[in-house]
Design a protein. Sequence first.
Length: 105
Amino acid sequence: MGAGIAAMHYSGMAAMRPEALLRYDPVLVAISVVVAVVLAFVSLSIRFHASRLQSSPMVATIIAASVMGCAVAGMHYTAMQASIFFPLPDAPTYGMPSRRHCWRS
């Protein structure tokens, strides 16, 4: 499950076409995959071991889903920290719009 989360994230990143060169910090990439795998394992363990403990399946599912959400979010933010963007030399630069061009309320 965690490997699937990682594969989805990094294939999505590969599909982007920014006007920059994208490289990754290998240590943070490894950490992001470990975060996804460990939290997904914990989530699935909570869900499937709760039935042996005679606890409510609804409560176990809610807790497991929350941990799975943390697996996705934790992996995403760690992976984004691993991303290093180098602007291409011929990439256009966009500045912030001036105040006179902004909509005012």
